[in-house]
Write a protein that binds this ligand. Sequence first.
Ligand SMILES: [Zn+2]
Length: 267
Amino acid sequence: MLGWSINLFRICGIHLAVHASFVLLLAYFGYEGWQSGGLVGALWSLLLITLFFGCVVLHELGHSLAAMRYGVQVPRILLMPIGGMAEFDRIPRQPSAELVITIAGPAVNFGIVALLLPVVWTDLWSTQPVAAHSVMALLIQLTVANGLMGVFNLLPVFPMDGGRILRALLATRMNYLRATYWAAMIAKVLAPILALLAFFYYDSPLLGVLFIFIFVVGDAEYRQVLRREQEAEHWAEWARRIEVERLRDAGRDEPPPPPFIVHDSNR
Ligand SMILES: [Zn+2]
């Protein structure tokens, strides 16, 4: 599903790519802008969506640069119509590292809000409407969008940022697998409710699809942690058995054969 993507350029050593379906999003927003305001409306709409996704890239860069400080490799940031995703080669297990890496994303959005708020403050609360297609209208939209993006990502729906923060906090009190289990379990309850609300109450199919996606990847990430944990336990048990054999029979020439391990085909 994530295979069809176009590489744009490198930023801080990370490839920035857009999913092919992004073209549909641009076409949709361009068409909507055209219907409401002709060519100017279409261009305005495309400018807004480009700047919005520029902020998504900055959010993902926040995560990525924080992760790189912990030695994590970040080959790519992928933009999809439902949002951005920084691809890490691994996710640090220390709760403190996961907290710093996760909080760095929304912190970028709140940083942008803090920068823009003094500029837009008066017009934001003014009863006079702001001129359409003006720089001030653009800045107000960006301020609101970044505020919403920061808060939205903090929803405790694993693996969204809020869900990762929840997992890291739980991992300070229980083992990593259990912490992931509970974070994923809460997401499995919340994601369908939020998807239904998005589809039928807020009439936002894109948001609904996002929560279905979150539901699927959250479950997949829990299963991956579970599988790694089981494998680590399996090999630790094997190493322990070898040690017992070695101690019991010091004269034995060959170690016992390794046990079979079953890998899922989709690893
Ligand atoms: Zn994030």
